[in-house]
Design a protein around this ligand. Structure first.
Ligand code: FA5
Length: 343
């Protein structure tokens, strides 16, 4: 019987056959089980030796089946491995690498420049309240200045941030304590996405990025503002660019300025990117209005400060020579993946 089991096992090639063999010997109606059952008919003196022999055979059969099971499983694993695709880990590959969006690149560059000058970098939400976006900035309800920005209102009365100035009040409150108690100047920048219901053209988008900056301390003046603006522009462009400062009106600064740069697409000659004026409005700025400081918990009799609202998307256009601002929101990888960091 043992030899018979061995030869039948040797012929099996799959697990179902193997199980059939197991059942035929060791199952309820299997032949070894039948031998054990038949023992009761044997005379007493034979039963003992016969029983021992059959139990030995049963154990050997079980072991042989186990061994064959392990062999067949191993065979199955080897077969699956052979079917798997083969990789040569040493062969060179050309993978398409991702790239940063040009706005991300200029934003990071500006963050680096300002943090090297001691400014904190802050983040702020894109959905804000009327108070944050207007009232805290000296723009009461029904003030005509609200028409300067065509704002998207949400059903719940909140709105999509139309300018990064919406974070000014929160920043003044956050850092005001340090200024008042320890004399630590407030120096912060806060980049963010802005939304306006605008007719789009080569230099206007309805979704664009700005980077706001504020500095408040004792005796801050327009000279400090001009110094930081000049430093930022020369670091970003790494060359001299023509700048003009002209009066500008914003209810949250007094005095207020428009800082324009000579259009780098046409060299100041006039083109669609600068609406044929040769100049691009880039970074309005000014001295923070006393009402705004007061609303932020800072005494305007003791402290003064400046604020600016840099058009980051326009800065990316000028820095990378992108003629149409709409390309930046196009999602075209072909257009957007060609720009790299200066480093
Ligand atoms: C403001 O948003 C003021 N909050 C800026 C400010 C901050 C003034 C602090 C004083 C003190 P303005 O609407 O001009 O201002 O926008 C600022 C800059 O954002 C513009 O100069 C321009 O560079 C950019 N910008 C504005 N609208 C758009 C637009 N539709 N598409 C692309 N860039 C825009």
């Amino acid at each position: 019987l043992k030899d018979e089991i061995k030869s039948r096992l040797g012929e099996t090639q799959d697990l179902t056959d193997l199980d059939k063999i197991r059942v035929s010997y060791l199952g309820k109606k299997g032949s070894i089980t039948a031998l054990l059952k038949g023992m009761k008919d044997l005379p007493n003196e034979e039963r003992k030796t016969f029983g021992a022999e059959v139990n030995k055979l049963k154990a050997q059969a079980a072991q042989l089946i186990e061994e064959r099971l392990a062999e067949l499983k191993e065979k199955e694993i080897q077969r699956e491995i052979a079917l798997m695709p083969q990789f040569d880990i040493t062969s060179p590959v050309a993978l398409a690498r991702g790239s940063y969006h040009p706005i991300t690149l200029v934003q990071r560059e500006c963050e680096k420049i300002f943090s090297s000058m001691g400014f904190n970098i802050e983040d702020y939400s894109e959905i804000v309240t009327d108070y944050e976006c207007f009232e805290a900035l000296n723009i009461p309800k029904h003030h005509p200045a609200r028409d300067m920005q065509d704002t998207y209102y949400l059903d719940n009365g909140q709105l999509l941030k139309s300018h990064t100035s919406a974070a000014q009040n929160a920043i003044l409150k956050k850092y005001g304590k340090g200024l008042i108690e320890n004399g630590t100047p407030i120096k912060a920048i806060f980049p963010g996405r802005c939304f306006r219901n605008e007719a789009t053209d080569a230099c206007h988008e309805n979704t664009f990025f700005q980077m706001e900056g504020v500095m408040v301390d004792k005796d801050i003046s327009i000279s400090n503002l001009i110094y930081f603006m000049k430093t930022m522009l020369s670091e970003v462009f790494k060359k001299d660019i023509k700048v003009r400062l002209r009066p500008g009106f914003f209810p949250f600064v007094e005095p207020g300025f428009e800082l324009d740069i000579s259009c780098l697409i046409c060299g100041g000659e006039g083109c669609p990117s600068c609406k044929h004026s040769g100049w691009l409005e880039l970074c309005p700025c000014g001295m923070i209005h006393p009402n705004v400081l007061r609303e932020g918990g800072i005494d305007p009799e003791k402290y003064t400060g400046f604020a600016f609202g840099l058009g980051l998307t326009r800065l990316a256009m000028m820095k990378y020579g992108i003629k149409d601002i709409r390309d930046l929101n196009s999602g075209s990888l072909k257009a957007l993946s060609q720009f790299t960091d200066d480093e």
